[in-house]
Design a protein around this ligand. Structure first.
Ligand code: IVH
Length: 718
């Protein structure tokens, strides 16, 4: 193909793809199948690869991401990005309307005061001198998009209102944001503002995936909850700040646009401009509505206060804007907010219900979490039955008692909170007494100085801790026996077929076939399902166990769940001692000679090997034929000097590798891990949820900030 032909073809494909994109995302009327779309995109990608100088900055291929922003440039906003005044009641809205009227010199009307307005609720809705547009207040991040000659030129975050971050590369992955506009008479340069958000379903899916990964890493439920994104807005915000736009593309975001800034504004009012923006190819909410008076506004608010739970995304209120642009201009701005718009915030939904019982969960490490079991109540579109109480301090702080009528709130977070007690309904005269003994094994609980949580110290005799350890053993990063799930392990333990990880190797076909056990024993909803092991699953389980015998020694060592022995420590110990027998005989002094092994780890390992049952477990593992020593060639894998002389700081949470894994990858390839950011540092390897301070320090010092995939590129390419 000649260059001219390629150019034509690229243009044709780009146009076609952007039309299909518009049909799908803006009109919700797909014109081809996903497969056909992908094929066209692939064709374009191939051509662009062949003729890289013909790649357009706004080509549809930019949607899949890949562009890396080491440091987001700061951009000054042409028009400041203001926020809105908030109101929480009809009275305050009445006051807003009165201010607007006064500012415009329009007489007050019957609906000026909320009380009167209610009286005339069904009166005909005539315009009374000022018309408003009510819109949903999307709970996301505001964004400013600049279009030049019909193409997206820049996308900038709100920042401090006067300047924000240039996130253009990331924003290009958002399918509903047009890279090139549809036909229409758009001005040659204009700005449009709106909100970027994540749909609830996407949030749930991605957060669940993250939870599963953390569970596999051995974190218990309380720790997992800490690490998960708290709501779709947080997730969207974390996503938009990713340095690799390919990571942004993997976490689909969406956007509604709601405000046009044009130097010579051709429109008379706001609703007209929304309509035009929609025609040019922007996604504009279908729920904006002209309201002729306060009554219309109240109706809109009441409707959406209930209906919001049926939307696929979250809104936290309603925005009310004066429709007419001349009136907007006349009203102008205060120092912080426009006088012609205001928001009405919904109250965090709360419900009252009875706290029936406080129960306690025991985690893999023995940590105790109290749980409030509630009389089921509907709240924000879901039925709430439980609320976490965190620890004994929380119960004491609230002076919670069983039988209390409590208020529960779901303030944009996953797990509902108990926010208060209706003391007028209290019948229980006794303060709640926190358990002193483990609810599962009866051992006396301990609470270390300065710690909020109680622990069950009966590591080897407490069922949830034993089962938790076996689940850790079969995890992906340990022995990777994925044919066995947590529920099966629990079932096998209850049937006394296994008491520790080594017992897995004495399971046989005859012991397993037809075995019946109950699922979901933790969930007491009276609907416990039974499961019976059939031929196929038995075969899978046995095959999985057999295969695990080939898993390298270091992963077995990690899988044993010795306190303080994570993946990296296990690797170091395996490498230093070579086999489990030498390690079991090692003194604390000898162990601390190994790099990164401190007193506490060494003592923990030392004690583990001095416990009576450890010998039995090792004996069983040895008879089963699992790898209890390092294989000669294992030591040599994945080593190079590609990172020689380079220093790294690792910060945040990563999608693919654990921090320990990243550390060993750096070391195995000649690099150096350092603890803090300084001028001499070469790279900051940044994951999610990295502290902003660190990022700032690194960017101030001009240190390269790289993502997990940049790091992979460094290691695995060429
Ligand atoms: S208009 C000058 N419309 O709410 C007027 N804002 O609390 C600019 N928001 O910063 C805002 N939905 O991020 C407007 N339909 C909507 C909105 C909306 C959400 C956000 C926006 C703004 C914040 C103000």
């Amino acid at each position: 193909m000649t260059e001219t032909e390629a150019k034509e073809k690229i243009q044709k494909l780009s146009k076609e793809l952007s039309q299909h994109n518009y049909n799908y995302y803006i009109l919700s009327r797909p014109s081809i199948s996903d497969y056909e779309f992908d094929m066209l995109l692939k064709e374009l990608e191939a051509l662009e690869k062949q003729f890289p100088h013909l790649v357009d900055a706004n080509s549809p291929t930019q949607r899949v991401g890949g562009g890396i922003t080491k440091k987001f440039n700061t951009v000054q906003h042409r028009y400041p990005m203001l926020s809105l005044g908030n109101t929480y009641s009809r009275e305050e809205l009445g006051e807003f309307d009165a201010r607007v009227r006064k500012g415009l010199g329009i007489a007050a009307n019957v609906s000026e005061a909320a009380g009167q307005a209610q009286l005339s609720f069904d009166a005909p809705t005539e315009s009374e001198g000022v018309e408003y547009v009510c819109e949903l207040k999307f709970d996301g991040l505001s964004i400013s998009l600049t279009y030049e000659n019909g193409e997206l030129a820049r996308a900038v975050t709100r920042g401090d209102g006067t300047q924000g971050d240039d996130v253009t590369t990331n924003v290009k992955t958002i399918r509903s944001i047009p890279l090139k506009l549809q036909k229409g008479n758009w001005p040659s340069i204009f700005e449009i503002r709106g909100e970027i958000f994540m749909h609830r379903k996407t949030f749930d899916k991605l957060n669940n995936e993250l939870a599963a990964e953390l569970r596999e890493k051995g974190l218990d439920e309380e720790e997992i909850l800490e690490k998960l994104y708290k709501n779709p807005r947080n997730f969207a915000s974390g996503t938009l700040k990713q340095q690799n736009s390919a990571d942004v593309a993997k976490r689909p975001l969406d956007a509604f646009l709601y405000f046009l800034y044009i130097d010579d504004n051709p429109f008379e009012n706001h609703i007209q401009s929304l309509k035009a923006a929609n025609d040019w190819g922007f996604q504009v909410s279908a729920h904006a509505q002209v309201c002729k008076n306060l009554n219309d506004i109240y109706k809109f608010i009441d409707y959406w206060d209930k209906e919001r739970h049926n939307l696929s995304y979250e809104i936290d209120g309603i925005v009310i804007k004066v429709n007419d642009y001349h009136q907007q201009e006349e009203l102008g701005f205060t120092a912080k907010v426009p006088r012609w718009a205001i928001s009405y915030k919904f109250k965090a939904e709360s419900a009252s219900t009875v706290l029936e019982k406080i129960t306690y969960q025991v985690g893999r490490t023995g940590s105790i979490t109290p749980v409030a079991n509630l009389k089921p109540v509907k709240l924000a579109g879901t039925t709430v039955k439980r609320a976490s109480l965190h620890n004994a301090n929380e119960i004491e702080r609230l002076d919670l008692r069983e039988g209390d009528t409590v208020y529960v709130e779901k303030g944009g977070e996953i797990i509902p909170k108990i926010t208060g007690i209706d003391l007028s309904k209290r019948t229980n005269n006794h303060a709640h007494i926190y358990i002193t003994h483990c609810p599962k094994c009866g051992a006396e609980l301990v609470r270390k100085d300065g710690e909020a949580n109680h622990y069950c110290p009966n590591e080897n005799g407490c069922p949830p801790q034993i089962v938790g350890k076996i689940i850790h053993f079969i995890g992906r990063k340990a022995m990777d026996i994925d044919s066995l799930g947590g529920e099966t392990v629990e079932g096998l333990y209850k049937k006394r077929l296994i008491e520790n990880a080594a017992d897995l190797y004495s399971l046989t076909y005859d012991k397993l076939i037809g075995l019946e056990f109950e699922l979901n024993s933790e969930v007491d909803d009276g609907k416990n399902k039974k499961r019976s092991l059939q031929e196929k699953s038995v075969q899978n389980i046995l095959e999985g166990i057999e295969k695990s015998k080939q898993i390298p020694f270091e992963r077995l060592l990690f899988g044993l769940g010795i306190r303080m022995v994570g993946e990296t420590v296990a690797k170091k110990l395996a490498k230093a001692f070579g086999d489990i027998y030498k390690l079991s005989e090692a003194t604390v002094e000898k162990m601390i000679l190994v790099d990164e092994i401190g007193d506490k780890i060494a003592e923990s390992v030392y004690h583990y090997f001095r416990e009576g049952r450890t010998k039995i477990i090792i004996e069983k593992l040895s008879q089963a034929g699992v790898q209890l020593c390092i294989k000669e060639d294992e030591n040599q894998t994945a080593q190079s000097n590609k990172l020689e002389g380079k220093s790294f700081v690792i910060s945040g949470v990563f999608a693919k590798y654990s921090r320990d894994e990243l550390k060993s990858m750096i070391e195995n390839n000649g690099g150096r891990n350092v603890g803090s950011i300084s001028k001499s540092l070469n790279y900051l390897l940044a994951g999610d949820k990295m502290g902003p301070e660190k990022l700032k320090k690194a960017t101030d010092l001009n240190i390269a900030v790289i993502s997990e995939s940049d790091f992979e590129h460094m290691l695995f390419q060429n």
